[in-house]
Write a protein that binds this ligand. Structure first.
Ligand code: KG4
Ligand code: ZN
Length: 358
């Protein structure tokens, strides 16, 4: 029988990505990535301080054929050798999703292959089952249920993973954010400091030279072991702190894009300290909620997935402060990528799940 090789496409936001995914040679419940090409649109959106949906859709249309050709070339495959095509179906920017789903369906139809639609959030959760990462071998049935925190630019939620691939994950959602996502909080606070979009990674790097206790920012919903998240107040607190320090919070309303005088933005040690203190407020909340949820649910292990799971402080503190086994995706598979979509699609394909093309 022909070996399963799935071409997966991701276009839910500002990353245009194609990957080819196949079975792991030895491990069931794991996939191997033959290629994972990601074109980031960050440069196109940066001058607007955030993702512009129309620009995202137009660029996906332009780049999708290019990343697909690249992914096939890197995997040394032709279209004829594929078994199925998969695309991110939801949630995300509707125009951007439409490009990945239309291209995926058209390819599948013309190649007479099945098409598989994947939920982006389930895709992130399947980043844990990509085999070229050190943790994979250690995820075993005795680690179930896995308390999993999905932390990205669009979502922050806690789940229980109750089964392992190739089976469906048997997810239970425990909680989510009432307002902003953790990545959104990083990005919006970074913008106030005058850092370019998306600010998460840059804040992570600048924070390494700062003092996390220099400023105190709010940690919301920390009473009574509440498992919900709320990050929307953080940006107001940061804006007020900047004003108190005689800086001008950047990027508010029409002011975005105008270069304000350098002395109105924090720099040097002050910038490092602000980044470290903001990051600590976000990480404190994420860790506290994961610890509470771990004891409430009697989960046997913890995992983090999504763009913010790349955060070095979150990874470091989680390792130090948690007694349960911890699973994190390889850094390549934290922010949006088609490999994780392919991982989910691979197990759906194995289970005989197909999505309608029309
Ligand atoms: O998963 P992702 O690529 O997109 C969504 O599905 O939303 O996550 C993007 C988010 C952005 O908010 C970005 O600032 C954040 O992940 N991010 C980070 C880091 N790397 C990416 N946040 C904190 N520390 C990082 N190292
Ligand atoms: Zn994502």
């Amino acid at each position: 029988m022909k070996e399963t090789k799935i071409l997966a496409l991701e276009s839910s936001c500002d990353e245009c990505s194609a990957a080819v995914v196949t079975a792991h040679p030895h491990l069931t419940g794991a996939v191997t990535i033959l290629s994972n090409v990601v074109f980031s649109q960050i440069d196109l959106h940066q001058k607007f301080g955030g993702v512009v949906p129309e620009i995202a859709s137009r660029n996906h249309l332009e780049m999708m054929p290019i990343v697909i050709e690249d992914a096939l070339a890197q995997a040394h495959l032709s279209f004829q050798e594929l078994t199925a095509v998969a695309s991110t179906r939801e949630p995300g920017l509707i125009g951007a999703l439409l490009i990945g789903t239309s291209v995926g369906k058209a390819l599948a139809y013309s190649l007479r292959l099945p098409w598989i639609g994947v939920n982006h959030l389930e895709g992130h959760l399947h980043s844990l089952f990509i085999a070229d990462q050190k943790n994979l071998r250690s995820i075993q049935p005795e680690h179930l249920p896995i308390l999993t925190c999905l932390v990205s630019g669009g979502h922050t939620a806690l789940y229980l993973i109750r089964d392992l691939p190739p089976n469906p994950l048997q997810l239970i959602q425990i909680s989510e954010t009432r307002d902003d996502a953790a990545g959104e909080a990083f990005d919006k606070c970074a913008k106030l400091l005058g850092l370019p979009y998306p600010g998460g990674l840059q804040m992570d790097q600048l924070a390494q030279k700062g003092k996390a206790q220099a400023f105190h920012f709010p940690r919301a919903l920390m009473q009574q072991k509440n498992l919900e998240f709320s990050f929307s107040g953080l940006k107001t607190a940061v804006a007020l702190q900047l004003k108190k320090l005689n800086y001008l919070p950047q990027g508010i309303g029409a002011q975005w894009g105008q270069s304000s005088a350098a002395h109105l933005k924090p720099s040097g040690q002050m910038l490092f300290d602000l980044c470290a203190s903001i990051q600590e407020a976000i990480v404190d909340v994420l860790i506290a909620k994961m610890q509470w949820a771990l004891s409430e649910t009697k989960a046997k292990s913890i995992a983090i997935v999504g763009g913010v799971s790349a955060n070095s402080r979150l990874r470091y503190r989680l390792q130090r402060e948690t007694l349960a086994p911890i699973f994190t995706p390889d850094l390549n598979y934290c922010t949006d990528n088609a490999a994780m979509i392919g991982a989910n699609a691979f197990f759906k394909y194995q289970r005989g799940e197909r999505s309608p093309i029309v």
